[in-house]
Design a binder for this molecule. Structure first.
Ligand code: PMV
Length: 337
């Protein structure tokens, strides 16, 4: 590693229960996944700052000298985000993931690059979330920062220390969606039908709390088949609630139907409207060494933000690749979603 180069990584996340309800003050349970995002920071002498995000096909470069004035230039009382939008040519309302990532990156870059203190990283990540999602609960940045399994309630984060090792199948329906629009759609529905939607949110809250209790019992007394039954029923109940909130999608219905045909229970995870779904795997579920790109099994509870040397980075990458290659279930969802 030459001077000025650093490798860091953060885990992926899935929400077990409580997405959307968490935005309205209810409990959510979020887990970190060993599907990590890696970042290499490298010093350059070109006078440019470059961002390469190969997974979302985004490669951009700017002159540092052109960026710096944006911090102090408060023309017309505009905010830094507005100035950056104009600078980077990102239209207001754009939901393109490359544009959103560029905007969040420039904002964080210009707001100053600090040390790796986790509370600070979490705070900055939350700012990034705000740019991308509008009104985020804070659960995503928290679980990506600290890892593990977190209970998130009205801004209060509690790591769950006594939880069993769970395995889930993560399926990307590859249906694009905007978290921002979905969150605001749920808000509109609550405003339009408060007497119908508030009990739905209360019920999701109860699902999260029941799941938390069940996980604690499983960790304390050992996991039983009945407890897995309970976890599966909770997933079914929550999936129906999320459909009632208007964030379902035919591809997610297909996922639930297909996995159920294999005796497995699924729900959407995150904002819904497409995106990803999770399927709970029981300890005895068999897997095949057949690679299907949209499927990935993962043990929940990965480490939070980590810094790597080149050696440990290679090991971590090999680990991720072998997990995705060897543990994918051959359910062939990609063609049917
Ligand atoms: O779609 P994702 O993975 O960014 O998750 C969004 C989760 C919500 O509860 C819908 C929003 C939030 O900020 O908590």
């Amino acid at each position: 590693m030459h001077v000025g180069e650093r490798f860091v990584s953060a885990p992926g996340k899935a929400i077990l229960h409580g997405e959307h309800a968490v935005v309205h003050g209810k409990v959510a349970l979020a887990v970190s996944l060993n599907l990590r995002t890696y970042l290499r920071l490298q010093g350059t002498a070109s006078g440019q700052i470059c961002i390469h995000l190969p997974n979302i096909d985004t490669f951009r470069a700017w002159d540092v000298a052109a960026l710096q004035p944006l911090v102090s230039d408060r023309k017309g009382g505009t905010s830094l985000v507005e100035r950056l939008r104009a600078f980077a040519g990102v239209a207001e309302g754009s939901t393109d993931s490359g544009n959103m990532a560029v905007l969040a990156f420039l904002y964080l870059y210009l707001s100053g690059f600090a040390g790796e203190e986790l509370t600070l990283i979490n705070k900055w990540a939350f700012q990034g979330e705000k740019i991308i999602h509008g009104n985020p609960s804070g659960v995503d940045n928290a679980v990506a920062t600290w890892g593990g399994i977190l209970r998130y309630h009205a801004g209060k984060i509690t790591p769950l220390s006594r939880v069993p090792l769970l395995r889930i199948l993560l399926t990307n329906t590859k249906v694009p969606r905007s978290t921002k629009l979905l969150v605001s759609g749920v808000k509109d529905k609550i405003n339009k039908f408060p007497s119908i939607m508030v009990p739905v949110l209360e019920s999701v809250d109860a699902v999260s709390r029941t799941c938390e209790l069940t996980l604690r019992e499983m960790a304390t007394a050992g996991a039983s088949a009945q407890q897995y039954d309970t976890l599966e029923e909770l997933m079914d109940i929550n999936q129906h609630h999320l459909s009632v909130m208007g964030v379902g999608h035919p591809a997610l219905d297909t996922l639930c139907r297909l996995t159920l045909a294999h005796g497995l229970h699924s729900k959407l995870t995150g904002a819904g409207g497409g995106g990803c779904g999770i399927t709970l795997l029981r300890p005895g579920n068999t897997t095949h060494p057949h690679h299907t790109p949209v499927l990935h099994t993962s043990s929940v509870r990965s480490a939070g933000i980590s810094e790597h040397t080149s050696l440990s980075l290679n090991a971590a990458l090999c680990d991720d690749i072998s997990i995705s290659l060897s543990l994918s279930l051959s359910l062939s969802l990609s063609t049917q979603c």
